[in-house]
Design a protein around this ligand. Structure first.
Ligand code: NDP
Ligand code: GDR
Length: 371
Protein backbone atom coordinates (compact mmCIF):
# COMPACT_ATOMS: atom_id res chain seq x y z
CA UNK A 1 0.00 0.00 0.00
CA UNK A 2 1.30 3.45 -0.94
CA UNK A 3 1.87 5.83 1.94
CA UNK A 4 -0.55 8.73 2.11
CA UNK A 5 0.59 12.30 2.67
CA UNK A 6 -1.55 15.36 3.24
CA UNK A 7 0.09 18.66 2.28
CA UNK A 8 -1.51 21.90 3.44
CA UNK A 9 -0.34 24.83 1.33
CA UNK A 10 0.01 22.56 -1.71
CA UNK A 11 -0.34 25.50 -4.13
CA UNK A 12 2.66 27.33 -2.63
CA UNK A 13 6.34 27.13 -3.55
CA UNK A 14 7.22 24.34 -1.11
CA UNK A 15 3.92 22.51 -1.57
CA UNK A 16 4.59 22.20 -5.29
CA UNK A 17 8.16 20.88 -4.91
CA UNK A 18 7.18 18.57 -2.05
CA UNK A 19 4.29 17.12 -4.08
CA UNK A 20 6.68 16.31 -6.95
CA UNK A 21 9.15 14.78 -4.52
CA UNK A 22 6.61 12.58 -2.71
CA UNK A 23 4.94 11.43 -5.94
CA UNK A 24 8.36 10.27 -7.16
CA UNK A 25 8.73 8.35 -3.90
CA UNK A 26 5.45 6.53 -4.65
CA UNK A 27 3.19 8.36 -2.18
CA UNK A 28 -0.50 9.07 -2.67
CA UNK A 29 -0.48 12.84 -2.24
CA UNK A 30 -3.48 14.79 -0.98
CA UNK A 31 -3.31 18.57 -1.14
CA UNK A 32 -5.37 21.20 0.67
CA UNK A 33 -6.19 24.12 -1.57
CA UNK A 34 -8.19 27.25 -0.88
CA UNK A 35 -11.17 28.18 -2.94
CA UNK A 36 -10.34 31.24 -5.02
CA UNK A 37 -12.24 33.17 -7.67
CA UNK A 38 -9.48 32.44 -10.20
CA UNK A 39 -7.46 29.26 -10.67
CA UNK A 40 -4.64 29.28 -8.09
CA UNK A 41 -2.91 26.04 -9.11
CA UNK A 42 -0.23 27.34 -11.53
CA UNK A 43 2.61 25.74 -9.60
CA UNK A 44 1.03 22.27 -9.56
CA UNK A 45 -0.79 22.21 -12.90
CA UNK A 46 1.83 19.83 -14.33
CA UNK A 47 0.82 17.31 -11.62
CA UNK A 48 -2.93 17.68 -12.13
CA UNK A 49 -4.91 14.48 -12.73
CA UNK A 50 -8.42 14.35 -14.15
CA UNK A 51 -10.77 13.70 -11.20
CA UNK A 52 -12.71 11.22 -13.37
CA UNK A 53 -9.88 8.73 -13.64
CA UNK A 54 -9.53 5.95 -11.10
CA UNK A 55 -6.46 5.32 -8.95
CA UNK A 56 -5.30 8.91 -8.93
CA UNK A 57 -2.28 9.55 -6.73
CA UNK A 58 -2.53 13.36 -6.65
CA UNK A 59 -5.81 14.56 -5.18
CA UNK A 60 -6.79 18.10 -4.26
CA UNK A 61 -9.35 19.02 -1.60
CA UNK A 62 -10.87 22.38 -0.80
CA UNK A 63 -9.99 23.56 2.66
CA UNK A 64 -8.74 26.33 4.86
CA UNK A 65 -6.52 26.51 7.93
CA UNK A 66 -9.15 28.64 9.66
CA UNK A 67 -11.86 25.94 9.38
CA UNK A 68 -11.54 23.17 11.99
CA UNK A 69 -14.49 21.11 10.82
CA UNK A 70 -13.08 20.98 7.31
CA UNK A 71 -9.65 19.89 8.58
CA UNK A 72 -11.10 17.21 10.88
CA UNK A 73 -13.28 15.78 8.09
CA UNK A 74 -10.42 15.70 5.58
CA UNK A 75 -7.99 14.04 7.98
CA UNK A 76 -10.65 11.48 8.89
CA UNK A 77 -11.31 10.72 5.21
CA UNK A 78 -7.67 10.57 4.12
CA UNK A 79 -6.17 8.87 7.22
CA UNK A 80 -2.74 10.23 6.27
CA UNK A 81 0.53 8.61 7.33
CA UNK A 82 2.22 12.00 7.13
CA UNK A 83 0.94 15.57 7.30
CA UNK A 84 3.13 18.41 6.05
CA UNK A 85 1.66 21.61 7.46
CA UNK A 86 2.97 24.19 5.00
CA UNK A 87 -0.09 26.44 4.69
CA UNK A 88 0.46 29.92 6.05
CA UNK A 89 0.12 33.60 5.38
CA UNK A 90 3.85 33.56 4.79
CA UNK A 91 4.74 37.19 3.98
CA UNK A 92 6.45 38.88 6.94
CA UNK A 93 5.73 42.47 5.83
CA UNK A 94 2.07 41.73 5.01
CA UNK A 95 1.63 40.20 8.49
CA UNK A 96 1.89 43.71 9.96
CA UNK A 97 -1.19 44.61 7.92
CA UNK A 98 -3.24 41.47 8.69
CA UNK A 99 -1.93 40.36 12.11
CA UNK A 100 -5.12 38.76 13.37
CA UNK A 101 -5.65 36.67 10.24
CA UNK A 102 -1.99 35.66 10.34
CA UNK A 103 -2.31 34.48 13.95
CA UNK A 104 -5.43 32.52 13.06
CA UNK A 105 -4.07 30.78 9.95
CA UNK A 106 -0.42 30.32 10.99
CA UNK A 107 -0.74 29.88 14.76
CA UNK A 108 -4.19 28.45 15.56
CA UNK A 109 -4.20 26.68 12.18
CA UNK A 110 -1.37 24.49 13.42
CA UNK A 111 -3.29 23.72 16.62
CA UNK A 112 -6.30 22.71 14.48
CA UNK A 113 -4.18 20.13 12.61
CA UNK A 114 -2.59 18.71 15.76
CA UNK A 115 -5.89 18.54 17.60
CA UNK A 116 -7.69 16.94 14.66
CA UNK A 117 -5.11 14.13 14.67
CA UNK A 118 -5.55 13.70 18.42
CA UNK A 119 -9.37 13.81 18.35
CA UNK A 120 -9.44 11.21 15.59
CA UNK A 121 -7.17 8.88 17.57
CA UNK A 122 -4.43 9.00 14.92
CA UNK A 123 -1.64 9.99 17.35
CA UNK A 124 0.26 6.76 16.76
CA UNK A 125 -0.33 6.62 12.99
CA UNK A 126 0.11 10.13 11.62
CA UNK A 127 3.45 11.93 11.62
CA UNK A 128 3.31 15.72 11.45
CA UNK A 129 5.82 18.16 9.97
CA UNK A 130 5.39 21.79 11.04
CA UNK A 131 6.86 24.49 8.78
CA UNK A 132 8.74 26.51 11.38
CA UNK A 133 11.01 29.34 10.41
CA UNK A 134 14.25 31.21 11.05
CA UNK A 135 12.06 34.28 11.65
CA UNK A 136 11.60 32.85 15.17
CA UNK A 137 15.15 34.02 15.95
CA UNK A 138 14.28 37.61 14.98
CA UNK A 139 16.41 40.05 16.94
CA UNK A 140 19.92 38.65 17.00
CA UNK A 141 20.70 36.74 20.22
CA UNK A 142 23.59 34.67 18.87
CA UNK A 143 25.04 33.62 15.51
CA UNK A 144 24.96 31.20 13.89
CA UNK A 145 21.45 30.25 15.01
CA UNK A 146 20.92 26.63 16.05
CA UNK A 147 18.20 24.48 17.66
CA UNK A 148 19.23 25.89 21.08
CA UNK A 149 19.29 29.60 20.19
CA UNK A 150 16.59 31.56 22.07
CA UNK A 151 13.71 32.99 20.04
CA UNK A 152 12.89 36.72 19.77
CA UNK A 153 10.20 37.11 17.09
CA UNK A 154 9.96 40.49 15.35
CA UNK A 155 6.69 40.37 13.38
CA UNK A 156 3.10 39.17 13.77
CA UNK A 157 4.07 36.37 11.37
CA UNK A 158 6.97 35.26 13.57
CA UNK A 159 4.88 35.50 16.75
CA UNK A 160 2.17 33.32 15.15
CA UNK A 161 4.83 30.84 14.04
CA UNK A 162 6.24 30.83 17.57
CA UNK A 163 2.87 29.65 18.91
CA UNK A 164 2.84 27.00 16.17
CA UNK A 165 6.35 25.89 17.12
CA UNK A 166 5.56 25.45 20.81
CA UNK A 167 2.13 23.86 20.34
CA UNK A 168 3.85 21.27 18.13
CA UNK A 169 6.41 20.57 20.87
CA UNK A 170 3.64 20.49 23.48
CA UNK A 171 1.48 17.96 21.60
CA UNK A 172 4.55 15.78 21.09
CA UNK A 173 5.36 15.83 24.80
CA UNK A 174 1.77 15.68 26.11
CA UNK A 175 0.31 13.03 23.80
CA UNK A 176 3.37 11.19 22.50
CA UNK A 177 2.67 12.35 18.96
CA UNK A 178 5.28 12.19 16.22
CA UNK A 179 5.32 15.94 15.52
CA UNK A 180 8.43 17.86 14.43
CA UNK A 181 9.47 21.40 13.65
CA UNK A 182 11.70 22.04 10.67
CA UNK A 183 13.23 25.44 11.43
CA UNK A 184 13.94 26.31 7.83
CA UNK A 185 15.95 29.34 6.81
CA UNK A 186 14.96 31.27 3.66
CA UNK A 187 14.66 29.08 0.60
CA UNK A 188 13.94 30.30 -2.87
CA UNK A 189 13.46 29.02 -6.42
CA UNK A 190 12.14 29.97 -9.85
CA UNK A 191 8.60 29.50 -8.46
CA UNK A 192 9.13 31.68 -5.37
CA UNK A 193 6.29 34.18 -4.82
CA UNK A 194 6.98 37.38 -6.78
CA UNK A 195 6.86 39.67 -3.73
CA UNK A 196 9.64 37.98 -1.76
CA UNK A 197 12.88 39.86 -2.23
CA UNK A 198 14.89 37.31 -4.24
CA UNK A 199 12.20 36.73 -6.86
CA UNK A 200 11.42 40.43 -6.99
CA UNK A 201 15.09 41.01 -7.79
CA UNK A 202 15.48 38.24 -10.41
CA UNK A 203 12.27 39.29 -12.19
CA UNK A 204 13.30 42.95 -12.22
CA UNK A 205 16.81 42.07 -13.41
CA UNK A 206 15.40 40.11 -16.35
CA UNK A 207 12.90 42.85 -17.21
CA UNK A 208 15.50 45.60 -17.05
CA UNK A 209 18.01 43.62 -19.13
CA UNK A 210 15.33 42.97 -21.77
CA UNK A 211 14.23 46.60 -21.90
CA UNK A 212 10.79 45.94 -20.39
CA UNK A 213 11.37 48.11 -17.32
CA UNK A 214 13.68 51.02 -16.45
CA UNK A 215 14.21 50.64 -12.74
CA UNK A 216 12.89 49.00 -9.59
CA UNK A 217 12.58 49.73 -5.86
CA UNK A 218 13.59 47.80 -2.78
CA UNK A 219 13.61 48.39 0.99
CA UNK A 220 16.43 47.41 3.34
CA UNK A 221 19.47 46.50 1.24
CA UNK A 222 21.56 45.67 4.32
CA UNK A 223 19.42 42.78 5.58
CA UNK A 224 21.37 39.51 5.60
CA UNK A 225 19.77 36.17 4.85
CA UNK A 226 20.88 32.55 4.69
CA UNK A 227 19.39 31.61 1.31
CA UNK A 228 19.08 28.05 0.00
CA UNK A 229 17.17 26.30 -2.80
CA UNK A 230 13.61 25.11 -2.07
CA UNK A 231 14.25 21.80 -3.85
CA UNK A 232 16.94 20.91 -1.32
CA UNK A 233 14.73 21.99 1.59
CA UNK A 234 11.61 19.94 0.74
CA UNK A 235 13.81 16.83 0.63
CA UNK A 236 14.74 17.60 4.24
CA UNK A 237 11.08 17.91 5.28
CA UNK A 238 10.60 14.31 4.23
CA UNK A 239 13.86 13.16 5.86
CA UNK A 240 12.80 14.79 9.13
CA UNK A 241 9.67 12.61 9.22
CA UNK A 242 11.65 9.43 8.42
CA UNK A 243 13.95 9.85 11.45
CA UNK A 244 13.47 7.35 14.33
CA UNK A 245 12.56 10.01 16.88
CA UNK A 246 10.45 13.16 16.50
CA UNK A 247 12.80 16.12 16.92
CA UNK A 248 13.24 19.75 15.84
CA UNK A 249 15.78 20.61 13.15
CA UNK A 250 17.53 23.67 11.73
CA UNK A 251 17.88 23.52 7.95
CA UNK A 252 20.19 26.19 6.54
CA UNK A 253 23.30 26.63 4.39
CA UNK A 254 25.41 28.25 7.13
CA UNK A 255 26.26 31.23 4.87
CA UNK A 256 24.73 34.68 4.81
CA UNK A 257 24.49 37.38 2.13
CA UNK A 258 23.07 40.91 2.00
CA UNK A 259 20.13 41.86 -0.18
CA UNK A 260 22.52 44.27 -1.98
CA UNK A 261 24.87 41.41 -2.88
CA UNK A 262 21.96 39.31 -4.09
CA UNK A 263 21.10 42.19 -6.46
CA UNK A 264 24.73 42.28 -7.65
CA UNK A 265 24.76 38.52 -8.25
CA UNK A 266 21.51 38.57 -10.24
CA UNK A 267 22.68 41.32 -12.57
CA UNK A 268 26.09 39.75 -12.94
CA UNK A 269 24.34 36.54 -14.08
CA UNK A 270 23.22 38.43 -17.21
CA UNK A 271 26.58 40.20 -17.68
CA UNK A 272 25.66 43.51 -16.05
CA UNK A 273 27.95 44.97 -13.41
CA UNK A 274 26.44 47.36 -10.86
CA UNK A 275 27.73 49.98 -8.49
CA UNK A 276 25.91 51.39 -5.50
CA UNK A 277 26.12 55.02 -4.37
CA UNK A 278 24.54 56.89 -1.48
CA UNK A 279 23.33 55.73 1.91
CA UNK A 280 20.03 54.67 3.51
CA UNK A 281 16.99 55.87 1.57
CA UNK A 282 19.29 57.83 -0.77
CA UNK A 283 21.15 54.75 -1.92
CA UNK A 284 20.87 53.92 -5.62
CA UNK A 285 22.19 51.26 -7.97
CA UNK A 286 23.77 52.17 -11.32
CA UNK A 287 25.02 50.20 -14.32
CA UNK A 288 28.82 50.15 -14.17
CA UNK A 289 29.39 47.95 -17.21
CA UNK A 290 27.22 45.94 -19.57
CA UNK A 291 29.24 43.03 -20.85
CA UNK A 292 26.42 41.21 -22.55
CA UNK A 293 26.06 42.24 -26.22
CA UNK A 294 22.41 41.10 -26.19
CA UNK A 295 21.46 43.84 -23.74
CA UNK A 296 21.73 47.55 -24.50
CA UNK A 297 22.09 49.14 -21.08
CA UNK A 298 24.07 52.36 -21.03
CA UNK A 299 26.74 52.81 -18.35
CA UNK A 300 25.61 55.11 -15.54
CA UNK A 301 21.91 54.27 -15.92
CA UNK A 302 20.07 54.29 -12.58
CA UNK A 303 18.24 51.00 -12.24
CA UNK A 304 17.52 50.70 -8.49
CA UNK A 305 16.33 53.03 -5.74
CA UNK A 306 15.30 52.52 -2.12
CA UNK A 307 11.64 53.10 -1.24
CA UNK A 308 11.00 53.28 2.54
CA UNK A 309 7.55 51.79 2.03
CA UNK A 310 9.31 48.42 1.92
CA UNK A 311 10.90 48.94 5.36
CA UNK A 312 9.32 46.88 8.13
CA UNK A 313 8.27 48.36 11.49
CA UNK A 314 10.66 45.88 13.11
CA UNK A 315 13.31 44.19 10.97
CA UNK A 316 15.28 40.97 11.25
CA UNK A 317 18.80 42.12 10.42
CA UNK A 318 20.88 38.98 10.29
CA UNK A 319 20.09 35.31 9.80
CA UNK A 320 22.72 32.64 9.53
CA UNK A 321 21.84 29.08 10.44
CA UNK A 322 23.90 26.31 11.96
CA UNK A 323 22.78 23.08 10.27
CA UNK A 324 25.29 20.85 12.11
CA UNK A 325 22.63 18.64 13.69
CA UNK A 326 20.91 17.99 10.33
CA UNK A 327 24.31 17.49 8.66
CA UNK A 328 25.34 14.89 11.17
CA UNK A 329 22.11 13.05 11.99
CA UNK A 330 20.19 13.32 8.71
CA UNK A 331 23.10 13.57 6.27
CA UNK A 332 21.95 17.01 5.04
CA UNK A 333 24.00 18.07 2.04
CA UNK A 334 22.35 20.67 -0.20
CA UNK A 335 22.91 20.34 -3.96
CA UNK A 336 22.65 24.07 -4.70
CA UNK A 337 24.88 26.86 -3.45
CA UNK A 338 23.81 30.51 -3.68
CA UNK A 339 25.43 30.96 -7.09
CA UNK A 340 23.54 27.92 -8.41
CA UNK A 341 20.28 29.24 -6.92
CA UNK A 342 20.71 32.68 -8.53
CA UNK A 343 21.57 31.07 -11.87
CA UNK A 344 18.48 28.83 -11.75
CA UNK A 345 16.19 31.76 -10.89
CA UNK A 346 17.73 34.09 -13.48
CA UNK A 347 17.57 31.55 -16.31
CA UNK A 348 13.92 30.93 -15.57
CA UNK A 349 12.98 34.62 -15.26
CA UNK A 350 14.83 35.61 -18.44
CA UNK A 351 12.84 32.93 -20.31
CA UNK A 352 9.61 34.10 -18.72
CA UNK A 353 10.24 37.75 -19.54
CA UNK A 354 11.23 36.91 -23.11
CA UNK A 355 7.60 35.87 -23.56
CA UNK A 356 6.53 39.36 -22.42
CA UNK A 357 9.06 40.82 -24.84
CA UNK A 358 7.49 38.94 -27.77
CA UNK A 359 4.04 40.11 -26.68
CA UNK A 360 5.25 43.70 -26.43
CA UNK A 361 6.83 43.53 -29.88
CA UNK A 362 3.51 42.19 -31.16
CA UNK A 363 1.76 45.30 -29.86
CA UNK A 364 0.20 43.76 -26.75
CA UNK A 365 0.25 45.52 -23.40
CA UNK A 366 2.40 43.82 -20.76
CA UNK A 367 1.69 44.67 -17.17
CA UNK A 368 4.10 44.67 -14.29
CA UNK A 369 3.09 44.85 -10.67
CA UNK A 370 5.33 46.89 -8.39
CA UNK A 371 4.65 45.20 -5.06
P1 NDP B 1 3.94 30.25 0.01
O1 NDP B 1 3.48 31.59 0.44
O2 NDP B 1 4.52 30.07 -1.35
O3 NDP B 1 2.70 29.22 0.13
C1 NDP B 1 1.80 29.27 1.21
C2 NDP B 1 0.69 28.28 0.96
O4 NDP B 1 -0.25 28.36 2.04
C3 NDP B 1 -0.12 28.54 -0.32
O5 NDP B 1 -0.51 27.30 -0.87
C4 NDP B 1 -1.33 29.29 0.21
O6 NDP B 1 -2.46 29.18 -0.62
C5 NDP B 1 -1.56 28.51 1.50
N1 NDP B 1 -2.40 29.21 2.46
C6 NDP B 1 -2.26 30.45 2.97
N2 NDP B 1 -3.24 30.72 3.86
C7 NDP B 1 -4.02 29.61 3.90
C8 NDP B 1 -5.19 29.28 4.62
N3 NDP B 1 -5.78 30.11 5.46
N4 NDP B 1 -5.73 28.04 4.43
C9 NDP B 1 -5.17 27.17 3.55
N5 NDP B 1 -4.07 27.44 2.84
C10 NDP B 1 -3.50 28.66 3.02
O7 NDP B 1 4.96 29.72 1.13
P2 NDP B 1 6.23 28.76 0.98
O8 NDP B 1 5.86 27.62 0.12
O9 NDP B 1 7.42 29.57 0.69
O10 NDP B 1 6.41 28.28 2.48
C11 NDP B 1 5.75 27.10 2.98
C12 NDP B 1 5.67 27.18 4.50
O11 NDP B 1 6.98 27.24 5.04
C13 NDP B 1 4.94 28.39 5.05
O12 NDP B 1 4.29 27.98 6.23
C14 NDP B 1 6.05 29.36 5.40
O13 NDP B 1 5.63 30.23 6.42
C15 NDP B 1 7.12 28.41 5.85
N6 NDP B 1 8.49 28.83 5.66
C16 NDP B 1 8.92 29.25 4.44
C17 NDP B 1 10.25 29.57 4.23
C18 NDP B 1 10.76 30.04 2.90
O14 NDP B 1 11.84 30.61 2.88
N7 NDP B 1 10.06 29.79 1.81
C19 NDP B 1 11.22 29.47 5.33
C20 NDP B 1 10.66 28.98 6.57
C21 NDP B 1 9.34 28.68 6.71
P3 NDP B 1 -2.68 30.18 -1.90
O15 NDP B 1 -1.81 29.65 -2.99
O16 NDP B 1 -4.13 30.03 -2.17
O17 NDP B 1 -2.27 31.55 -1.45
P1 GDR C 1 11.66 37.15 4.80
O1 GDR C 1 11.72 37.23 3.21
O2 GDR C 1 11.02 38.33 5.41
O3 GDR C 1 13.04 36.81 5.25
O4 GDR C 1 10.66 35.92 5.01
P2 GDR C 1 11.62 38.46 2.19
O5 GDR C 1 12.18 37.96 0.93
O6 GDR C 1 10.26 39.06 2.18
O7 GDR C 1 12.61 39.55 2.85
C1 GDR C 1 13.99 39.29 3.05
C2 GDR C 1 14.69 40.56 3.44
O8 GDR C 1 14.73 41.45 2.31
C3 GDR C 1 14.41 42.76 2.75
N1 GDR C 1 13.86 43.53 1.63
C4 GDR C 1 12.71 43.28 0.99
N2 GDR C 1 11.79 42.29 1.15
C5 GDR C 1 10.72 42.30 0.30
N3 GDR C 1 9.82 41.31 0.39
N4 GDR C 1 10.53 43.27 -0.65
C6 GDR C 1 11.43 44.29 -0.82
O9 GDR C 1 11.25 45.14 -1.68
C7 GDR C 1 12.57 44.29 0.02
N5 GDR C 1 13.66 45.09 0.11
C8 GDR C 1 14.43 44.62 1.08
C9 GDR C 1 13.40 42.54 3.87
O10 GDR C 1 13.29 43.71 4.67
C10 GDR C 1 14.02 41.34 4.57
O11 GDR C 1 14.99 41.77 5.48
C11 GDR C 1 10.76 34.74 4.20
C12 GDR C 1 9.34 34.15 4.09
O12 GDR C 1 9.38 33.07 3.17
C13 GDR C 1 8.87 33.63 5.44
O13 GDR C 1 7.64 32.91 5.25
C14 GDR C 1 9.93 32.66 6.00
O14 GDR C 1 9.51 32.21 7.26
C15 GDR C 1 11.28 33.36 6.10
O15 GDR C 1 11.64 33.81 4.79
C16 GDR C 1 12.36 32.43 6.59
Amino acid sequence: MAKKALITGVTGQDGAYLSEFLLKKGYEVHGLKRRSSLFNTDRIDHLYQDPHIENRNFILHYGDMTDSTNLIRLIQEIQPDEIYNLAAMSHVHVSFEIPEYTANADGIGTLRILDAVRLLGLEKKTRIYQASTSELYGKVQEVPQSETTPFYPRSPYAVAKMYAYWITVNYREAYGMYACNGILFNHESPIRGETFVTRKITRATARIALGLQDKFYLGNLNAQRDWGHAKDYVRMMWMILQHDEPEDWVIATGKTTTVRDFVRMSFSEVGIELEFKGEGVDEKGYVKACKNPDFQLETGKEILAVDPKYFRPTEVDLLIGDPTKANQKLGWIPEYDLQGLVKDMMQSDVKLMQKDQYLKKGGYQVLNYFE
